[in-house]
Design a protein around this ligand. Structure first.
Ligand code: C2O
Ligand code: CU
Ligand code: CU
Length: 486
C-alpha cells in the first residue's frame, strides 16, 4: 500500500478546503475571569474500569458539581464526579452493563457511540429517557467479532445533548485488540472544548451559537489545559484520541514526532499509515502510534473552516478566511529525553478490513442535509434531513436486515456537517475514500455543498436507531432521522 500524502489525509476526512480560518461562533473563556486556566500540569488519564470474565458492570451517575476543569473548580456536569467520566475497557464478546443514575435536574440517557450492539430495549436505545432522580439499567452485548478500537459514551436526550456534552458528560470506551499491540505507554486523550464564565459556570449558548454549532474557547485534554507528559526516545506510544467537542473540528499536528494512524473510528487499516496532520470531526476517533523523537513537541489543533450560517448571511467570516493566528492552540506538551529505548517489537498483523465495494447493493438512497432560512420557530433556521426535522415517533428509513445499502449523503448547506449513523459503521466509497484501503467510519464529514457515498451492511441487529449531524447543536435543532432495520 502506498503511503498516504498530506493531501490525501485532508481528503481522508472527506474534507474539501481546509484552512486555518474560524468557523463557528465564539463562546470564549473570558480572559478577564479569575483565576485563569492552569496549564502545564502533569497529564492525567481518566479512571479505568476493566471487564473481567466477560463482563463489566459499572454505575455511572450524571450529576452537577464543582468539578476540576483546567486546574480550577467549575460548576459543571460529570459522570462519577469527573470530566471525562471513567474509561470503560471491554473485549469483543463481553457484556457491558451500565446503571445510569440521573442526578441532574433534567432528563438524560446514554449512548455508546460507535459500538456495534443492539439498539433495542435496554441496549443502545436513544429513545429511552431517564428522568431526574431515576436510574436505568443498560446492557450491551458485544458480538464475538466486534471491532477493536476507541469508542465513547455521551447523553443523547434530544434537544439538550449539546448542553449536556458541553457541560462535561462524556467518557471513553476501549474495545481491546484481540492480539495486544506492545507499547511503552498507552494514552487516552479525550479532547473537548467548553466555555467558563466569570462566576466559574459553563457558559450558555445563544441562538447564533446553536445555529453555527457552539465552540468553546477553552480546549481540554482529559479536562486539563495543555497537560504535559514525557517519554524516552525510540519507544512506541499508543495514543487514542476522541473528539468530544460539540461542534469544533480538530486539525491535529504533533510536529517533530513520527505518527502512524492505525485506524479511525471503529475502522482499522491493514497497515498503519504515516500521517503528519489529522482532521477529526466531532465524534471521530483516531488510534495512533507515536515514535518519540528527542525534544519537546506540542500537540496542537488548528482551525478548520467548516463554513457557517453566519457566513451565509454575510455577517461572519467567509469560508477560507483566516481569523486566527497560524500557530494553533496547544492541547498537550510531549517531552522526549533520556537514553534511547530498545526498538519496540513488530506490530501484530491486522485482519484485512471488510470491503463492501464488490457487494450486491439491495437499495440506494439519498439522504439530504439542509439548513433553511427563516421558517423555524423563534427565529431559528431549520436544520433538516430530507426536508424534515427529527420526530422520534416517525421512522424515516427502513432497511432490510442482512442487506447492504448505498447511501448518497448530500449536503446542500454552506457549512460542513459530520454525518453519523448509529450501530452500523459506514464504508466511504469513491473519491472521498482513502486510497485503495477500505475506509470505515461512523462519522463521515459532508463538506459544504458536496456529497459523499457510503455503503452500510445492516448485519447482526434489528430495531430502531438514529442518524444525525454530529454537530450536536444541529442534532438538537432537528438534523436527525430514525432508521429501522427489520
Ligand atoms: Cu455520538 Cu448519536 O452520537
Ligand atoms: Cu453515536
Ligand atoms: Cu450540522
Amino acid at each position: 500500500m502506498r503511503p498516504i500524502s498530506r493531501r490525501q489525509l485532508l481528503l481522508l476526512g472527506g474534507l474539501g478546503a481546509a484552512s486555518t480560518a474560524a468557523g463557528g461562533a465564539g463562546l470564549i473563556w473570558s480572559l478577564s475571569s479569575r483565576p485563569a486556566p492552569a496549564t502545564g500540569s502533569q497529564f492525567i488519564q481518566p479512571d479505568e474500569l476493566r471487564s473481567e470474565g466477560g463482563q463489566l458492570q459499572v454505575r455511572l451517575e450524571a450529576a452537577p458539581g464543582r468539578l476540576q476543569l483546567a486546574g480550577r473548580e467549575v460548576s459543571a456536569l460529570g459522570y462519577n464526579g469527573g470530566i471525562p467520566g471513567p474509561t470503560l475497557r471491554v473485549k469483543a464478546g463481553d457484556t457491558l452493563k451500565i446503571t445510569l443514575t440521573n442526578s441532574l435536574s433534567q432528563p438524560t440517557n446514554l449512548h455508546v457511540h460507535g459500538l456495534h450492539v443492539s439498539p433495542e430495549n435496554n441496549g443502545d436505545n436513544v429513545f429511552v429517557a431517564v428522568g431526574p432522580g431515576t436510574s436505568f439499567d443498560y446492557e450491551y452485548r458485544l458480538p464475538e467479532n466486534h471491532s477493536p478500537g476507541l469508542f465513547w459514551y455521551h447523553p443523547h436526550h434530544h434537544g439538550i445533548v449539546a448542553d449536556q456534552v458541553f457541560a462535561g458528560l462524556f467518557g471513553a470506551i476501549i474495545v481491546e485488540d484481540p492480539e495486544p499491540i506492545q507499547a511503552s505507554a498507552e494514552r487516552v486523550l479525550v479532547v473537548s472544548d467548553t466555555a467558563v464564565d466569570g462566576s466559574g459556570s459553563i457558559g450558555a449558548a445563544s441562538a447564533m451559537d446553536r445555529m453555527a454549532g457552539r465552540e468553546g474557547g477553552l480546549l481540554l485534554v482529559n479536562g486539563q489545559s495543555n497537560p504535559q507528559f514525557s517519554a524516552a526516545p525510540g519507544q512506541r506510544e499508543r495514543w487514542r484520541i476522541v473528539n468530544a467537542c460539540v461542534a469544533r473540528y480538530l486539525m491535529l499536528r504533533l510536529d517533530g514526532q513520527k505518527l502512524q494512524l492505525l485506524g479511525r473510528d471503529s475502522g482499522r487499516f491493514e497497515k498503519p499509515q504515516d500521517v503528519d496532520e489529522l482532521i477529526l470531526t466531532p465524534g471521530n476517533r483516531a488510534d495512533l502510534l507515536v515514535t518519540p523523537a528527542m525534544g519537546d513537541s506540542i500537540l496542537r489543533t488548528f482551525r478548520y473552516n467548516r463554513g457557517s450560517m453566519a457566513g451565509m448571511m454575510g455577517v461572519g467570516p467567509a469560508p477560507g478566511s483566516a481569523t486566527e493566528g497560524t500557530e494553533g492552540t496547544a492541547l498537550a506538551t510531549f517531552r522526549v529525553s533520556g537514553e534511547s529505548a530498545a526498538a519496540p517489537p513488530a506490530l501484530p498483523s491486522q485482519l484485512a478490513p471488510a470491503d463492501l465495494r464488490e457487494s450486491a447493493v439491495a437499495a440506494r438512497r439519498q439522504i439530504t442535509l439542509s439548513a433553511g432560512m427563516g421558517m423555524g420557530g423563534g427565529g431559528m433556521m431549520r436544520f433538516t434531513i430530507n426536508g424534515r426535522e427529527f420526530d422520534a415517533a416517525r421512522t424515516d428509513t427502513t432497511a432490510a436486515a442482512g442487506t447492504v445499502e448505498e447511501w448518497t449523503l448530500v449536503n446542500t448547506s454552506p457549512m460542513d456537517h459530520p454525518f453519523h449513523l448509529h450501530v452500523w459503521p459506514m464504508q466511504v466509497i469513491g473519491d472521498d475514500a482513502t486510497g485503495s484501503s477500505p475506509d470505515w467510519r461512523d462519522v463521515v464529514n459532508l463538506p459544504a455543498n458536496r456529497q459523499v457515498k457510503v455503503r452500510v451492511a445492516f448485519a447482526d441487529f434489528r430495531g430502531r436507531s438514529a442518524y444525525h449531524c454530529h454537530i450536536l447543536d444541529h442534532e438538537d435543532l432537528g438534523m436527525m432521522g430514525v432508521i429501522e432495520v427489520r
